[in-house]
Design a protein around this ligand. Sequence first.
Ligand SMILES: Cc1cc2nc3c(=O)[nH]c(=O)nc-3n(C[C@H](O)[C@H](O)[C@H](O)COP(=O)(O)OP(=O)(O)OC[C@H]3O[C@@H](n4cnc5c(N)ncnc54)[C@H](O)[C@@H]3O)c2cc1C
Length: 401
Amino acid sequence: MNFEIEPADQAFREEVRAFLREHLPPEMAERTRRGFHFVREDQVAWTRILNKRGWSGQNWPREWGGTGWSPVRQLIFDEECFMAGAPAIDTSGFKMIGPIIMTYGSEALKREFGPRILNADVFWGQGFSEPNAGSDLASLGTTAVRDGDDYVINGRKIWTSYVEQADMIFMLVKTDPAARQRGISMLLVDKNAPGITIRPIIDIGESHSLNEVFFDDVRTPATLLVGEEGKGWTYAKSLLELERAFSGEWPRNKRNLEQLRAMACRERAGGGRLIDSPGFAERLAALEVELQGLEWLTLRALYEKGSNGGLPVGSLLKIRGSELLQRIGEMQVEALGDHAMYFYADPCHAAPEGALPAGPVLGPEYAPGVVTDYMYRRATTIYGGANEVQRTIVARTYLEL
Ligand SMILES: Cc1cc2nc3c(=O)[nH]c(=O)nc-3n(C[C@H](O)[C@H](O)[C@H](O)COP(=O)(O)OP(=O)(O)OC[C@H]3O[C@@H](n4cnc5c(N)ncnc54)[C@H](O)[C@@H]3O)c2cc1C
C-alpha cells in the first residue's frame, strides 16, 4: 500500500495553511497552544469562519451540507489546524450525534439539527455514563416513560463533559427497564428543561469540564427520539466506534511531540540541552517511531474505510493513540523540570470571555498548560471506552481469541 500524499492533496495542504495564516485569530491560537479547555466563544467564531468558507462539516458528505472531503483530506485539515493552534470544532456535534441524526433520525430532526450544527448554533453534551454504568453501559438505570406526546426522564448521568456550556444533551435511556440492550433508546433533551440539575466535578487539574446531571421528571417531546424506540444500543455502538476512531488523535500527538522536541532542544537555565542527554534522546526517538506507526495505522484505516469488515480499527487507534499521548505528556513534564512545580491552572473560568491571564508567565513561555494538559490526559485511556475493554474487543473480533 502506498501512503504517499498525492500532489493534489499536497496542494490542498498549502491552501489550508494559507487560509489558517490569514483567518485564524492569533489570540485564539494562543489559548489553544496553552492547553486551555475550549472556550465556547472560540469554537463558535471559528466554526462560523470555516462555514463561511464552505469548510464546516469536514467529515460530513455534501448531501448533509458538509465538505465531502476524502478521509485523507480530513486528516490533512485536522493536522494543519492542530499545528496552527486552531480551536477544536465541537466533536460531540460533528463527529458523534450529527452523523447519528443524519443516518438514523427522522427527516424533521435532520432538517432541524443539520444546519444548526454546521453553523455552531447548537452545542451538545453526551449523556451516556452513569455511576453504575460506564464500561457496562447496558446496565444503565435512567428511565424514560412515554406520557402523551412526551417522554418523562428520571435518573442521573455522570462525567458529562462540557454540558455546562451545551444547549442540548443526547442521552441513552431505558424505555423498557426489563430488557437490557433492547430496552435502550436515544433521546435528545434541551439542557435548560425544567427538572435538570447540573453539579460540576472539578478535575485533578483544578479545572471544570466534567459534570453530574440529575433528571427529575424532565419532559422531552417524543419527536426528539432518535430513530426507533429500543434501537438506542445499535446507534450508541456506531457512535462509540466513531468516537474511538478519533481518539487515536494523531494530529494532537504530532503537535505534542513537536512541542516536546522543541522543549528538549532549548538551552536550560543551568546550561546544556536535554536533547544532548543520550537517555532522553533515545526515549524521544522511540516515541517518534511510535508516532509514525500511529500515522500509518491511521492512514491505513482511512484508505481502507468501509472495506475492513469487522476490523476494530477504532479500538486499535484508541489504544495506541491514548497511550502515546500519555507518554509524550510525561516526557513534557520531565522536560519542564522545576517549572512543573508551578501550577498553570486553566484560567478560562476566571475569565469566561476567554481573555489570556494578565501578568508575566513564570518560567519558559511554553510552560503554561503543559501540566494541566498532562493531568487531564490521564483520563484518555478511560474516556471513549476504557483501554482494557478495547483490548478485549480487539482480542475477540480481530485475533479471534
Ligand atoms: C475526562 C472524562 C470525560 C468523560 N466524558 C464523558 C461524556 O462526555 N459523556 C459520557 O457519557 N461519559 C463520559 N466519560 C465517561 C467514560 O466514558 C467512562 O468513564 C468510561 O466509559 C469508563 O466507565 P467507568 O468510569 O464507569 O469505569 P468502569 O466501567 O467501572 O471501569 C473501571 C475500570 O475497570 C476495568 N474494567 C471494567 N470493565 C472491564 C471489562 N469488561 N474488561 C476488563 N476490564 C474492565 C477497566 O480497567 C476500567 O478502566 C468521561 C470520562 C472521563 C474520565
